[in-house]
Write a protein that binds this ligand. Structure first.
Ligand code: NAP
Length: 486
């Protein structure tokens, strides 16, 4: 059951560089584990700097021809990728569950979401436009010509092994850029599978390169220092994002940075509580809480605090935990032991400072990296979990009495990715929309991710947008020509 072999044959557990699937130059490999059992499920090539630069050679060589490929042709290849991913959804979902730990239902959702970026950007590829207009003072014309930025380097996290790469590769290819993706070392298999699918549908060699490595620092910094690289898109922690921004500065690279979050979810007394509880469950528990847009802090207005908390805690307590491939499991395994330990420490810290555990709160014994759905109340403001990204199935609930008070608390963080507000009062919703310092907002909804909407944060949650029309602009430069015409 836990053998991914039939999904991704050994010859594709290697580096995808140009037209080849090949071993790392030094012959090294590293192990990929199933987080639910701790067992090795595959060995993949462990690239070093030489391999990284070989991928950049391939991406640079392919660049001119890919940029000159008719947009309709590029669009058709993206559509073919969308179709292949959709047809092979079960295989991809299985691979995601095996290497990342989420349930099969969650993994199927990720495949649908990830595939949709290819469909969306297939449609965008043929709508890249410049403009032509008369200069306001007359005498000449202004022509703008969009052009692909050039070879792109992508660094992606483990929490959505397909979707975080898909939302970079799809717009880049639509714009005419070539790519090198370095997936997270814990979840490289899904990205290799995507590269295999893209090879099968006919994406030309060198356009999609994938370099798996345990030496992210060395390999990525060599790529960012090379003048042929023209763009970095990174999804991951703010901490690593800062390091990569510094490196990108030396080469003055275009950057898109999708970083960490600390979302506040606000339930007003006038909210429809059925909607609020459903929304909070999605915002907290999608991807078992291992999501940058997970609700990290739940604030409930005093008059409904007790009722909301009781209903939410009941729902959290009813979830079953287990191997993501097993039937009837709601919550799979966390990515690794360090993650379980971090979450356990955050809960212990909150309890030491006076928080009460309503549900969960104790890590189970036995193999695999599990933590139960947990609800805490009376969480004091100095608890570390209100500042840190919990990145797991733990929900601290606090009460509030005024909108100004909760807005100030929600904004009191270096992050600014997303917020959630539940209210039936339109003016209140609009005041939160204007006042919350976030790039995104869910209003009476816990699910906001959509390939046709601009995803991205403000403050230290990042720079730039993924998805939507804005998503393709991240991969286009604009040349302006002044044309004399008296
Ligand atoms: P991470 O530790 O920052 O790692 C992300 C990627 O960066 C991995 O591929 C990692 O490689 C690589 N990396 C680590 N150190 C590096 C270095 N010095 N130079 C170059 N690359 C380096 O983040 P994570 O733990 O995988 O993912 C969780 C984080 O991602 C959370 O903070 C979450 O909020 C954020 N996230 C943000 C979004 C968004 O859209 N805003 C979406 C999803 C996740 P290795 O795997 O080899 O370490």
């Amino acid at each position: 059951m836990s053998d991914p072999m039939y999904v991704l044959a050994p010859e594709y557990r290697r580096l995808r560089i140009g037209d080849a699937w090949r071993d790392a130059a030094g012959g090294a490999t590293f192990a990929v584990e199933d987080p639910a059992t701790g067992k090795t499920i595959a060995e993949v090539a462990d690239a070093d700097v030489v391999d990284g630069l070989a991928a950049l050679d391939a991406a640079s060589t392919a660049m001119a021809e890919w940029a000159a490929t008719p947009p309709r042709k590029r669009s058709e290849l993206l559509t073919a990728t969308y179709r292949a991913l959709t047809e092979r959804s079960e295989e991809v979902a299985r691979l995601i569950t095996l290497e990342m730990g989420k349930t099969l239902a969650e993994a199927r959702g990720e495949v649908a979401y990830g595939a949709e970026f290819f469909r969306w950007f297939a449609e965008e590829a043929v709508r890249v436009e410049g403009r032509y207009n008369t200069a306001p003072a007359g005498g000449y014309r202004i022509l703008t010509v969009p052009k692909p930025v050039g070879p792109c380097v992508f660094v992606t996290p483990w929490n959505f092994p397909l979707a975080m790469g898909a939302r970079k590769i799809a717009p880049a290819l639509a714009a005419g850029c070539t790519t090198i993706t370095k997936p997270a070392a814990q979840t490289p298999l899904t990205m290799l599978f995507l590269a295999r699918i893209m090879e099968e549908v006919g994406v030309p060699p060198g356009v999609v390169n994938v370099v798996t490595t345990k030496r992210a620092g060395e390999v990525v910094s060599a790529l960012l220092a090379d003048r042929r690289t023209r763009k970095l898109s990174f999804t991951g922690s703010t901490e690593v994002g800062r390091v990569l921004l510094r490196q990108a500065a030396d080469n003055v690279l275009r950057t898109s940075m999708e970083l960490g979050g600390n979302a506040a979810l606000i339930v007003c007394a006038d909210a429809d509580l059925d909607v609020a509880v459903d929304g909070a469950m999605v915002a907290k528990m999608r991807n078992l809480g291992e999501s940058c847009i997970a609700a990290n802090r739940i604030y409930v207005e005093e008059p409904v605090h007790e009722e909301f908390t009781a209903r939410f805690a009941e729902r959290m307590g009813a979830l079953s935990v287990g191997h993501g491939l097993d039937d009837g499991v709601d919550v799979g395994a966390l990515i690794d032991e360090a993650s379980v330990t971090k979450i356990d420490e955050l809960v212990a810290d909150a309890v030491d400072r006076g928080a009460r555990v309503l549900v969960g709160g104790e890590r189970p014994h036995g193999p695999g990296h599990f933590y139960p759905p947990t609800v805490l109340v009376d969480v004091p403001e100095d608890a570390r979990m209100l500042e840190a990204e919990i990145f797991g199935p733990v929900a601290p609930i606090m009460s509030f009495t005024s909108d100004d008070e909760v807005m100030a608390k929600a904004n009191d963080t270096e992050y600014g990715l997303v917020g959630y507000v539940f209210t039936r009062d339109l003016q209140r919703a609009l005041r939160f929309t204007e006042g919350l310092q976030t790039g995104m907002l869910g209003i009476n909804r816990g699910l906001i991710s959509d390939p046709s909407a601009p995803f991205g944060g403000v403050k230290q949650s990042g720079i730039g947008k993924e998805g939507s029309h804005e998503g393709i602009l991240e991969y286009l430069d604009v040349t302006y020509a002044a044309i004399d015409l008296p």
